[in-house]
Design a binder for this molecule. Structure first.
Ligand code: B12
Length: 473
């Protein structure tokens, strides 16, 4: 391959998630005139042979791997994907002398630990649309890459991280979405991703989003979102998942995007799912979202106990959530509430209050994750680094190459049995357990979910699990 790049999707979890991040980078590279080759390991039965075949007789300037997930973020399984990524890096090096560079939201969340664990040559932190073409051009010209924004590289055995440069989404061309086989992803039950913005200015103490994407919110013009949706639909892709961390932040943008979809006539031809914050969420938004094809919403509720919500840095209250439930019910919106149990200050009492209120408010479906993933750079990570928090860490936070979790010491070893006791056999609760466990909504390798999809089930994975537990499928 002449002076180009080989992009490899390393996310092989089932049910699958299409590699939107790598596709956006790839389309930007094509736009910049860089020869692009892609290899999607998600579809390769013998990935070593496919990799060797792809590299045979080729001399790419660089090989780019996307690192979407560092692990499954479940305290119950603590399944790290870094050993797998290390294997891919080793395998690439058997067939090529090209440097191996990493990128992706998982990489951007933990750049140094991921680089150390995989021993790749470097990586790009944050947005890839401008950084990847800059990297290839610098390598082609033999220029120094250590000055490029977002570059993460080795120097004298240490890892150096250059400040990130956020792309202005208003000026990006509409991605063509033709580098990866999104139709095949959809056939395997994936909801194909689309973004409407990047960045989040909320201050939730555990969340890595402001770390990985920045705290400045950058909006895509709604018309370009619609053009991308229309193009995907013309290719046969109609099941979608928005990749915004919270679709309703800011509220006006969410409404503008929905109105643009409705005005374009796409609302009843596509079905999409998304994440939302419990506030701000009003009736107008609910109606617009439905009209624009929204099939279900995953709300990051975390807790239904005000003191705990404040400790987590959340801005909503239990009263806001109660009001939200009424609104969702009256507008017949399909939803799940994500609960996060075990943060700093959590006690058996605050957990009991939360579980009781799920029933009292009449919440139709709630997913419970026990144990908070700790990331450096978040308020929680900083409290751990500053030794403000010393207990409740699993394993210790001196080794971020392992997934690190925090669990409030006052719950300690009894958290699992406490949840079992409080929830009983109430099927309105799912738990973030190991992939494939009955009632678990861990999607990183869920055979039951894959089987249900194989039998024709479609939609958000939590919705498929819910319908299965209800005996509908
Ligand atoms: C939407 C979403 C989902 C949807 C996916 C639907 C879909 N079709 O995409 C669903 C609900 C299915 C889902 C599931 C899971 N998810 Co999820 N998800 C997200 C979310 C909100 C968006 C990800 C995304 O696509 N972003 C948009 C793209 C464009 O951005 P990007 O990938 O970062 O790519 C950019 C750059 O990173 C860079 N880049 C990307 N690749 C490369 C490669 C190179 C070489 C370079 C140079 C640059 C580069 O350029 C791109 C463009 O600028 C993120 C949180 C977030 N805000 O990012 C979590 C997130 C990625 N998910 C996460 C997790 C843990 C999971 C699950 C494992 C949970 C579980 N146990 O079930 C599963 C995994 C499923 C799977 N098979 O992978 C974590 C990963 C954290 C970590 N430590 O790695 C995140 C970060 C959320 C969080 N903070 O906890 N998820």
């Amino acid at each position: 391959m002449a002076r180009g790049i080989l992009l490899i999707n390393t996310n092989v979890a089932r049910p699958p998630v299409s590699p939107i991040g790598l596709e956006y980078v790839g389309e930007a590279l094509v736009e910049a005139g860089v020869p692009v080759q892609v290899l999607d390991l998600s579809f390769e039965a013998d990935w070593r042979a496919s990799l060797a075949g792809e590299l045979a007789g080729q001399e790419p300037v660089v090989v780019g791997l996307t690192v979407r997930n560092t692990d499954d973020c479940s305290f119950a399984s603590r399944w790290s994907f870094l050993p797998w990524l290390r294997e891919v890096v080793i395998e690439v090096r058997k067939s090529s002398d090209a440097p191996v560079f990493l990128g992706g939201v998982g990489f951007s969340t933990l750049p140094e630990p991921v680089l150390r664990a995989t021993q790749a040559d470097g990586g790009i932190e944050g947005d890839g649309e401008e950084a990847a073409p800059a990297l290839v051009n610098s390598l082609v010209k033999g220029e120094d890459i250590t000055r490029l924004p977002g570059m993460v590289y080795w120097r004298d055995g240490g890892v150096v991280r250059n400040p990130r440069a956020d792309v202005d989404l208003r000026h990006l061309p509409v991605p063509r979405r033709r580098l990866f086989d999104n139709v095949r992803y959809q056939q395997l039950g994936a909801m194909v991703g689309v973004e409407t913005k990047r960045g989040c200015r909320q201050k939730c103490i555990y969340c890595a989003d402001p770390v990985a994407r920045g705290a400045r919110v950058r909006l895509r013009p709604p018309e370009t979102v619609v053009l991308e949706l229309r193009d995907l639909l013309e290719q046969g892709v109609s099941w979608l998942h928005l990749c915004d961390s919270e679709f309703n932040l800011p509220l006006k943008h969410a409404k503008d995007v929905c109105r643009a979809i409705i005005d374009s006539g796409l609302g009843d031809r596509i079905r999409w799912y998304c994440y939302c914050s419990p506030v701000p969420f009003d009736r107008e938004l609910a109606r617009l979202m439905k009209g624009a094809g929204c099939g279900g919403i995953n709300f990051g509720v975390d807790s239904l106990c005000d003191e705990q919500l404040q400790r987590l840095g959340r801005v909503h209250s239990e009263a806001d959530v109660q009001q939200l439930v009424r609104l969702l019910r009256s507008e017949r919106i399909n939803y799940i509430f994500d609960l996060l149990i075990g943060g700093p200050g959590e006690t058996e009492e605050t957990v009991r209050v939360t579980v009781d209120r799920v029933r009292e408010f009449g919440v139709s479906l709630a997913g419970i994750a026990v144990g908070v993933r700790v990331y450096p750079g978040t308020p929680l990570g900083k409290a751990v680094a500053g030794e403000v928090i010393r207990e409740g860490l699993y394993p210790g936070a001196d080794d971020y190459e392992q997934p690190v979790f925090y669990l409030s010491p006052s719950l300690g070893g009894s958290a699992g049995s406490l949840i079992e006791r409080l929830v009983g056999d109430d099927t309105r609760f799912l738990t973030l357990g190991k992939p494939g466990e009955e009632g678990s909504y861990n999607y990183a390798g869920d055979e039951l979910l894959s089987r249900l999809i194989g039998q024709g089930a479609r939609g958000a994975y939590w919705d498929i699990i819910r319908r299965h537990l209800d005996g509908d499928i």
